[in-house]
Each structure stands twice: as C-alpha cells, then as structure tokens.
Design a protein around this ligand. Structure first.
Ligand SMILES: O=c1[nH]cnc2c1ncn2[C@H]1C[C@H](O)[C@@H](CO)O1
Ligand SMILES: [Zn+2]
Length: 355
C-alpha cells in the first residue's frame, strides 16, 4: 500500500483525550490578548514570540518544557480570554476532524486577576459550547491538580470537579513537575473525586519511573494514564495495565521534546500496541509542541510503521477510552466504525476525477 499523507489522516475521524488548553493557543491570539490586556510579552510578533511559546530541540526536560506556560498563562486571566481560547482550540481541532476532545487545564492558574474558580470553569465551558454549535465536535473538560503546587489546592480542584459533574466536566487529572512531587501526596483529592463516581487520569511515567504509574493506579485510582512511557521499565505493571485495559494517553512528539524518549523511532507506543495495550494518540499541547492529532498519527506511520489498519484501530481505542457515559460512547463508536470501514486514502479531488 502507498504511504499515507497528512491529508489522508486529516480526513479520518479522531479523538484528542489529552490536550492542555493553556498549551494550545494560536500565537496570534496571544499577541492580540496581550495587546487588549496591556500584558508585556517576551516578543511582539509571531516570529519573536514563537521561541518563547513553542518548544524546540533545545528542550532538556519536562521542567524546561513547562516554562512556556508562564507566557500563555499571562494572557489567560480574564473570562473573555478563556472563552476565546477554548472556542479556538475546539474550532482548530474540528478542522482536522477531531470529533471528540477532552480539554484539560488547572483553574487555580487563572486566578491572578481575581476570577472565581466557578467563573474560570464557566468561561471554558462557554467557549467550547459555542464551538460545538458551529462545528462537528463534542467536548468535555478535565480539571488538573498540579503536582508541584500544594495538595490543598488539589483538594479545592477536586471539589470543583464534583461541583461541575454532569455540567461539562468529565474528569480530574494531576499535571505538573513529576520528579520529587509524588502523586500519593494528592491522594485526598482523588478520593474525593472517586467518591463521587468521577473519572480520573494522572500524568505519570513521563518524567519519573514506573513507581509513579503504580501510585497513580493503586493510590489515586487512575482510570487512564497520561503518557505512561516509562511503563516499559516494569513488565509486571505493564501486564496489569494491559489486563485491566487501562488506556495510555500517548503524546509522542511531546515525549521527544521533554526527553521522556530519545527519538520518535524509540517511542514505546509500538511495543505497547503490539502487546495489546489500549493506547490512544494525543497532542498534549498543540502550540507548545507545535503539533496536531493528524501529525502525531503521521509520525507513527512514518517512524514506527503503523499501517492504515493499525491507525484505524488506534482511533477506535481513542473513542473507547473517552470519559463518556457508556451508551453515548457506544453510539459514537458505531458511527466512527462505519465511517472508518468505508474510508479509503487518496485526495477527494482525485476521487472525483475517477468518477
Ligand atoms: O506534559 C505535561 N506534563 C505535565 N504537566 C504538563 C504537561 N503539559 C502541560 N502541563 C501542565 C502545564 C499547565 O499549566 C498545566 C495545566 O494545563 O499542565
Ligand atoms: Zn499533558
């Protein structure tokens, strides 16, 4: 079979289950928001700002990667800025046929100008709802506790997650610097969320070893794992994750940038897939990582030999792993499976010419 193109992959229906709002803005929007708000940025044009908000080869670690968020968060402290950035993210994702997206962010990082936590959630839901009206995309929100900020704030975010259950918030996460900030310190937050029958995912096994994944699953009750690349270091835990069908939210380009893996060709997603694990493909941060869901699949095709049939299976695993009620998910999956069955690569133009 001939090689897939980016356009082929863009035409496929897809999910993005791991995408941070504050890492997925349009650079032009940052400039406009800064202008409106009188915020000083480290660059005043797309070209001069780009090196401060996009991570390149020179990134050495997750902690280094996270520096870009200081800039994005500086313009995401108003209600309107959150509405706009959430709306634009969903519009951009829909443009590449992302049909279901779970957007995550941490409301406590948006309080610098005094917005209440409720308003901060409301604004993002409003932006996403607007995009859902205009585009073929469905969305949910995941709120993040932050490892390197206090567990008490994670508790507040857990309570916020409970308050917005069935109102657009579909899960709770733990993000931030992983090394030296163990998940077990945030156990209380996860127990509050779990007690309310809400789904949890944790970033784990990205900048720390399998012990971190073990804590996420066994101490915090993770239903999915963000990244999980270092699961490869513990076969016993890997078997457990496989046996329990715990999905991994893989973000291949981001993992190369944070040095969780050395190169795309070394990414363990190939091994995980071959062993039967439930793996999903995600962007992490569309702007900071400078990627799209389609580009992530293209990397898997080109660097790790994923075929079209395998990509279709990854896509199905993405829909299966959604934090959606089972009946809704089953209906969505049925539509996606029939669309995937009839999909053939090749440009729409060349297909029309053949008719
Ligand atoms: O890949 C990541 N690992 C850990 N934390 C991350 C990653 N990408 C973004 N974050 C952090 C920075 C954001 O401010 C926060 C909430 O979205 O989550
Ligand atoms: Zn992430």
């Amino acid at each position: 079979m001939r090689n897939l193109t980016l356009q082929d992959i863009q035409r496929l229906p897809k999910t993005d289950l791991h995408v941070h709002l504050d890492g997925s803005l349009r650079i032009q929007t940052i400039l406009e928001l800064a202008e409106e708000q009188g915020v000083k940025l480290p660059g005043d044009s797309i070209d001069t700002l780009r090196p401060h908000v996009e991570v390149g080869d020179e990134c050495t670690s997750l902690v280094d990667y996270l520096k870009a968020f200081d800039v994005t968060l500086s313009v995401m402290q108003t209600y309107d800025a959150l509405v706009r950035t959430a709306y634009e993210l969903a519009v951009d994702a829909a443009a590449e046929n992302v049909r279901y997206m779970e957007v995550r962010y941490s409301p406590i990082l948006h309080q610098a100008k005094g917005m209440t936590l409720h308003h901060i959630v409301q604004a993002v839901l409003e932006g996403l709802a607007q995009a859902e009206k205009e585009c073929a995309i469905r969305t949910g929100v995941i709120l993040c506790g932050i490892r390197h900020i206090s567990p008490e704030l994670s508790n507040r975010l857990a309570d916020l997650t409970v308050a917005f259950k069935n109102k657009g918030v579909v899960g709770f996460d733990l993000a931030g610097a992983e090394e030296d900030f163990p998940a077990k310190k945030h156990r209380e937050a996860f127990s509050r969320v779990l007690a309310n029958n809400i789904n949890c995912t944790l970033h784990a096994g990205e900048a720390y070893g399998p012990e971190s994944i073990h804590q996420a699953i066994h101490l915090c009750g993770a239903h999915r794992i963000g990244h999980g690349v270092r699961l490869i270091e513990n076969g016993d835990l890997l078997n457990y994750v496989n046996d329990h069908r715990i999905p991994l939210e893989c973000c291949p380009s981001s993992n190369v940038q944070t040095r969780a893996v050395q190169t795309m060709a070394d990414h363990p997603i190939r091994l995980f897939y071959d062993l039967g694990l439930r793996v999903t493909v995600n962007t992490d941060n569309r702007m900071v990582t400078r990627t799209t869901v389609s580009e992530e699949y293209l990397h898997l095709h080109q660097s790790l030999g994923f075929t079209l049939d395998e990509i279709k299976e990854l896509i199905i695993m993405g829909f299966k792993s959604a934090f959606l009620p089972y009946a809704v998910k089953r209906a969505m999956l049925a539509d996606v499976v029939s669309e995937l069955k009839s999909f053939t690569p090749g440009s729409l133009e060349s297909k029309k010419e053949q008719l």
